[in-house]
Write a protein that binds this ligand. Structure first.
Ligand code: CA
Length: 233
């Protein structure tokens, strides 16, 4: 979970302290707020990869926070953590758009298993602000920035367009000719233009790959195209 940003919303100091410690231990960057109004403001800031949300909060209750975040952001993973464990509350939570619901008290193992499951599902599409994560690579398409582990990255417009297109088609290999058409607007591919694609890919790999000579994220697929491997760890 290195470098992932988590927002913890919890007004009970003892529970909050425990969660903060646990999440930091797992490598999350943690922000904690203890009321519903701050939770909503932070939740909509686009800075987080996941929210752990308590229900009974001062200011604005967790259901409303969840509901209002979902109105603007369909993808941000939200897990409700609550002492309320009636079926009705769980159903409400899920209907307000939470990804999962965990009743207190909970075991640490179970909490992180659920967090991992929710994050795995959320990776399939870029979240708020066109952000995505593959292993320890984080990319913010809208800001042209990212991180590989702790190394900050910046991207050119073409690199962002390449990644965006590959991301949209991440379940299949994308032929060079498709990239040329979509990113460069060329209808007819020739040797020079396909080489242009390859040169950009090489530059991009130097930024995003641990070992650019043996790419694991931006792979060449059967010599005919490229694929962004979202399952790469
Ligand atoms: Ca509470």
């Amino acid at each position: 979970m290195d470098g992932l940003r988590i927002l913890i919303v919890e007004d009970e100091p003892a529970i909050a302290d425990g969660l903060i410690d646990l999440c930091e231990l797992k490598g999350f960057e943690v922000k904690h707020v203890s009321d519903g109004i701050s939770a909503l403001a932070e939740g909509l800031s686009g800075k987080y990869d996941l929210i752990l949300l308590d229900l009974m909060l001062p200011g604005l209750d967790g259901f409303s926070v969840c509901d209002q975040i979902r109105e603007k952001d369909k993808d941000l993973p939200i897990i409700i953590l609550s002492a309320k464990n009636a079926d009705r509350d769980i159903i409400d939570g899920l209907q307000y758009g939470a990804d999962d619901y965990i009743s207190k008290p909970f075991s640490t193992t179970m909490l992180f298993a659920r967090i991992e499951a929710v994050l795995r599902r959320s990776r399939v599409k870029p979240g708020v602000g066109g952000r995505f994560r593959i292993g320890n690579l984080f990319v913010n398409l809208r800001e042209y920035t990212g991180r590989r582990g702790q190394n900050p990255l910046s991207f050119t417009r073409k690199e962002v367009e390449i990644m965006e297109y590959l991301w949209k088609n991440h379940d299949s290999s994308v032929p060079r000719t498709d990239l040329l058409k979509e990113v460069w607007g060329y209808d007819n591919a020739d040797d020079v233009s396909t080489r242009t694609v390859d040169i950009h890919i090489t530059k991009l790999r130097k930024k995003i790959e641990e070992d650019p000579a043996h790419p694991k994220i931006l792979v060449t697929f059967r010599g005919e195209g490229y694929q962004l491997r979202t399952d790469s760890e």
